[in-house]
Write a protein that binds this ligand. Structure first.
Ligand SMILES: Nc1ncnc2c1ncn2[C@@H]1O[C@H](COP(=O)(O)OP(=O)(O)OP(=O)(O)O)[C@@H](O)[C@H]1O
Length: 318
């Protein structure tokens, strides 16, 4: 996979107006370390993939896995779980290190497939590292596609499950129930299975549940991209509240202006590595330039007829 093969799904400005949000952008307040990520490597193993073909295309982070030598006993024991095709490895996070402090709100940016969500999931302990470590002082709550909610259950049941999973007592869930429903703005849909929700409704409910517990570390994966301006303003207020209680926020978003409005610090990840870690203005300034250049390179590539379809057509003509 070359850079130009990567699908670019980044909103430079158009998605969101920072002035929709009240108040100035938060100023970084350095506090005690709350999270240390030390030379983190995350590798996915993919069974039945086409490692050779993918690797041949030049993907930086994909390689054919070494088939482990297995004893006869092991082969017999595992004979029920056969995998068809090659085993490939995707080295999604490659040696990332940083320290997050109380009260910071940290945006994670990068083009599609750069490793943002993997990094976030690894920080919450959902994916074990191949090497390196994540040291957390506090309880991270992941919001996003991986939140432990169940689509077949109603919003009501999910508020209970999510609230309890976040460490709230049954009494606290009961007390905050109406507030969560109101925040998510889903009305009577709360009594319908979550699978019937629009993606925006689901994302809003997940945000409302995740932030109901005022966690030490709040992880937000793209939820804010799906709400309207009013929801974004409410989310911003909620995020500020978490930060004021010396919590730490991580926000993964394709919308640069959302990150700009919400974050005090930005990590730019590319091909699993940390390209830049610094103040929001500094990092987004460079990232914007990169996205523009990348877009131009992609569109001129297409205009020049070197896309996959053009290549196929040319081959047929040859
Ligand atoms: N469950 C998985 N199994 C195998 N490979 C995966 C898995 N999840 C992600 N990957 C691969 O890991 C790399 C990083 O993916 P990740 O989803 O972390 O990137 P991202 O920056 O969050 O992407 P996007 O912006 O498109 O959501 C990609 O090459 C992706 O294909």
């Amino acid at each position: 996979m070359t850079e130009s093969d990567l699908h670019l799904d980044v909103d430079l400005d158009e998605d969101f107006e920072p002035e929709d949000l009240e108040g100035p952008r938060p100023v970084a307040t350095p506090g005690d370390p709350v999270l240390v990520v030390d030379d983190l490597h995350i590798v996915y193993r993919v069974f039945g993939g086409k490692a050779k073909q993918v690797a041949a295309k030049g993907a930086e982070n994909v390689r054919e896995a070494q088939a482990p030598k297995r004893s006869l006993l092991r082969r017999l024991v595992s004979s029920t779980s056969q995998h068809v095709g090659a085993v490939s490895e995707v080295h999604a996070v490659r040696g990332i290190s940083f320290v997050a402090r109380h009260g910071e709100s940290i945006g994670i940016v990068g083009i599609n497939g750069s490793g943002k969500s993997t990094l976030l999931r690894a920080v919450t302990g959902l994916i074990p590292p191949r090497s390196g470590g994540v040291y957390v002082a506090g309880e991270p709550a992941l919001l996003g596609v991986n939140a432990a909610l169940m689509p077949q259950l109603t919003g009501e049941k999910n508020i209970w499950i999510g609230g309890l999973a976040l460490g709230l007592t049954p009494k606290q869930v009961e007390e905050r129930f109406d507030e969560v429903v109101e925040f998510a703005d889903i009305g009577d849909f709360v009594y319908m299975p979550m699978r019937t929700y629009s993606s925006g409704m689901g994302a809003r409910l997940r945000f409302a549940i995740s932030s109901a517990a005022t966690p030490d570390i709040l992880m937000i994966d793209e939820a804010l991209a799906t709400g309207d301006a009013a929801f974004k303003a409410r989310s911003k207020a909620r995020i500020d509240e978490v930060r004021k209680n010396a919590g730490t926020i991580f926000l993964v978003s394709h919308s640069i202006s959302t990150v700009e409005a919400m974050c005090t610090r930005v990590l730019w990840v590319h091909q699993g590595q940390l390209v830049m870690d610094g103040s929001t203005d500094e990092v987004l300034g460079e990232y914007r330039k990169f996205v523009r250049a990348h877009r131009q390179a992609n569109s001129s590539g297409r205009a020049g007829g070197v896309g996959p379809r053009a290549r196929r057509k040319k081959k047929q003509q040859d």
